[in-house]
Design a protein around this ligand. Structure first.
Ligand code: HEC
Ligand code: HEC
Length: 299
């Protein structure tokens, strides 16, 4: 705030308070031509309803005076009078830093303790899992669902398929660094007929009923273009996040139409990285929580 504004606001505030006090004094003062206190005034309504000139109740006036005294004390102690910081030098920023450092001091040792335990042990610690669940609801549920059940394009974290690996180390790395699943578009290379054939073959891999001649034409194409990432048996490759196509668990849908769309246009799933945002300690607790979604202790 510039010096001029500070003065302007300060003077305006003080003038307002003085004006209020004056108004209180002026309205309470007997004036010429008015009825004396406690006497009848000139007005009469409804035949016999009369008005007496009684003063405002003392407690009522006292409240006004009290409020003014309170605001003077407040403005001396706290910021409010232009740029004057107040004798206590209180600021909202200071209060915020104070509260966050306090929270850090309280919780940091706990997270460090958790970090030292390692993911596998944490995934059996009820208290750590409770913390993990809260972190999950705040940071992950909007994409993976509050129960980790996922939705199209966002993997289910409770089923048996892992795009990027199920060891504690891989899960932790997934959350720390993020992952990108890049399936290139094959529409232009395969043409409509080719996409249809290979999609039919893909469906057969998970045991769906399909036309065998179409599927075997599709298999030939699969073995030239898809095999590099999804493997000769369609089991996928967790190093690059290529899904297993044989288990009837689908990230984008297992119907002929959905599979054709995956093949024709490609898919790019993006899991954000959390190392910067949450820090490695909280990520470890989250990795343990994700692991526990898979292996519930009380089945
Ligand atoms: C913006 C949406 C989004 C948010 C938020 C998000 N994720 Fe993900 N996550 C994804 C997507 C998309 C994938 C799949 C990436 C791919 O297609 O390869 C994924 C993949 C994963 C995987 C790998 C699953 C597998 O099968 O290998 C794990 C584990 C995971 N997320 C955990 C988390 C955790 C824990 C959080 C919270 C800290 C989180 N995610 C927040 C979108 C998100
Ligand atoms: C460069 C490696 C690569 C090649 C080649 C490739 N894919 Fe993929 N595919 C992926 C990845 C990675 C994903 C996961 C995309 C994601 O996570 O968003 C994927 C996803 C898919 C899906 C979606 C699966 C689901 O669960 O919804 C299908 C279906 C699929 N691929 C079939 C094929 C077929 C058929 C071919 C050959 C025409 C092929 N892919 C070639 C890497 C590849």
């Amino acid at each position: 705030m510039t010096w001029g504004w500070s003065l302007y606001i300060g003077i305006l505030t003080i003038l307002n308070m003085v004006a209020l006090w004056w108004l209180l004094w002026w309205t309470g003062k007997p004036r010429k031509g008015m009825a004396k206190l406690g006497e009848e005034m000139d007005n009469t309504w409804d035949g016999d309803l009369k008005e007496l000139n009684n003063p405002l109740p003392r407690w009522w006036l006292g409240m006004f005076h009290g409020a003014i005294v309170f605001s003077i004390i407040y403005l001396i102690l706290f910021p409010g009078l232009g740029g004057f910081p107040g004798l206590l030098h209180w600021t909202s920023a200071k209060k915020y830093t104070h509260e966050t450092t306090e929270a850090k001091q309280r919780f940091d040792p706990l997270y460090q303790h958790y970090y030292a335990m390692g993911v596998a042990a944490l995934s059996k610690d009820d208290q750590a899992l409770g913390t993990g669940r809260r972190l999950f609801l705040n940071n992950c549920a909007m994409c993976h669902g509050s129960d980790g059940g996922g939705m199209p394009g966002f993997p289910n974290l409770t089923d048996s398929e892992w795009l990027h690996g199920s060891t504690p180390e891989r899960i932790e790395e997934t959350i720390l660094k993020g992952r990108t699943g890049a399936m290139p578009p094959w529409g232009p290379a395969l043409g409509d007929e080719g996409v249809k054939q290979v999609a039919t073959y893909v469906r057969s891999l998970s045991g769906q009923q399909v036309d065998q001649t179409v599927a075997s034409a599709g298999k030939a194409r699969y073995m030239t273009v898809c095999v590099a990432c999804h493997g000769p048996e369609g089991k996928g490759n967790q190093m690059i996040g290529a899904p297993d196509l044989t288990n009837d668990i689908w990230l984008y849908g297992g119907s002929q139409g959905a599979i054709e769309a995956s093949i024709r246009f490609g898919r790019t799933g993006q899991m954000p990285s959390w190392e910067q945002r949450l820090g490695k300690e909280k990520v470890r607790v989250l990795a343990a929580y994700v692991l526990s979604l898979h292996a519930p202790q009380n089945p």
